[in-house]
Design a protein around this ligand. Sequence first.
Ligand SMILES: Nc1ncnc2c1ncn2[C@@H]1O[C@H](COP(=O)(O)OP(=O)(O)OP(=O)(O)O)[C@@H](O)[C@H]1O
Ligand SMILES: [Mg+2]
Length: 489
Amino acid sequence: MEFRGITKAFPGVKALENVSFDLKAGEVHVIVGENGAGKSTLMKILAGAYTCDEGEILLEGKPIVGNSPKVSMELGIRMIYQELNLVPELSIAANMFLGHEIKTGPIVNKGEQVRRSRAILEDLGLQTDPTTLVKNLGIGTQQMVEIGKALSTNAKVLVFDEPTSSLTDSEIREMFRIIRLLKSRGVGMFYISHRLEELFEIGDRVTVLRDGKHIMTDDIHNLEMKQIIEHIAGRKIDTLYPHTKKKIGSPCLEIEDLSGERFKKVSITVHSGEILGLSGLVGAGRSEVARAAFGIDGYYEGSVRVMGKRIPKKSPDKAKRAGMCLLPEDRKVEGLALSLSIRENTVVSSLSDLNPLGFIQRKKEHTTVSGFIDRLNIATSSMEKLTRFLSGGTQQKVVLAKWLLSQSKIFIFDEPTRGIDVGARNSIYELMDNLVAEGAAILMISSDLPEVLGMSDRICVMSGGTVVGEFDKEQANQQEILRLAFSNV
Ligand SMILES: Nc1ncnc2c1ncn2[C@@H]1O[C@H](COP(=O)(O)OP(=O)(O)OP(=O)(O)O)[C@@H](O)[C@H]1O
Ligand SMILES: [Mg+2]
């Protein structure tokens, strides 16, 4: 298929400007670009969810006329979104044939649907029983069902929009296996991701978009990581990880022998001036420890101290007052008020700091917020834009800005750069480096190994709910961390 001169504007933004490139049968075509570059918008136009202002899409040489979700579906174009579109209360089989049920007369032929679903799952190498309710499946298997659903209708073009951000390592392997299988059958695939290592593993060609414009398309083998990063950011980035060792002070956060539902006897100390990376596989219990330490969830045994002072269980307010903050993993639910603007979201937790005299210091607020918009390159026409209209990654940036602004001493960042483009990541790392230079302590939970290795002074590895190893920056390497991460699963 081919995009020809696609242009699309939203009020105040040109989301896409004269974008042209193509997709071959049996190819994995990776699309990368900053948050708000227009990647999802382009895919939604392909899916018929949005109409473009100008341009056309050709499928097998013929223009698609009057595109709509129904038309694109009939043509064999399928989307796998990050937020899955399955109905939890229905079985796998019912989900797979939702909207195009197999019928005998007026009645849905459930037996036949189950039989065909089983064939599709087996074809993908999955052993799951098709009568299982979707709500009883892990997120990875749900993703596979979503792919199976796409295949139940003979997909020619498959789009993955940030599919791996909530998958575990082995689920990602499994998905890549299926992608390779589909490739060998001639399915053309677009693959959007901010995890650049993935693109070398799975991609054949890569396209970079920036500010709604097509920057380049090339064979992945003609490119190096550094070049791709610079195309994405549109500037030179000397070191992605700017963190240098600071003066390490006294302990700020002491988690001692903490045991809870999904972790056991976890002890972690973070000092002033230090970034401690907490590595491990998705599901190792890292977020659970963080949530218990901050007081969102309870725990059975152990203690949490901030600046030497014990923080009682289940009291996030006290933790906050003691100078601790937690950037949660699931930002959509916990981090952002979607009906408020960028400005309101950014300053909400630090209003008292900005208003020492008790009235809103508009000007200071304005300067602070526009500073962040600048620094994190937040794609928006105005700071008054409601956050619900922002691209996924741009929403993440707003949540981050909010926390970076808070006058905390201890920062727990849970997957701080997930879904965030590489240019802004660089700025976030600089901000983290500044924080520890001023004496803050950072506990950084991350599944991104290059990030852990690049930014941490010390690295703890968790597996199966316990801490299984610890390294200084100098001793740490990828193989050893991975070996430990798998050691207790
Ligand atoms: N429904 C909408 N109304 C207004 N603006 C929109 C809408 N959808 C997207 N935009 C804007 O269009 C631009 C492109 O957004 P898009 O979601 O395509 O970015 P993206 O490349 O997918 O980013 P990310 O990597 O963060 O997912 C952004 O500036 C975004 O705010
Ligand atoms: Mg997107």
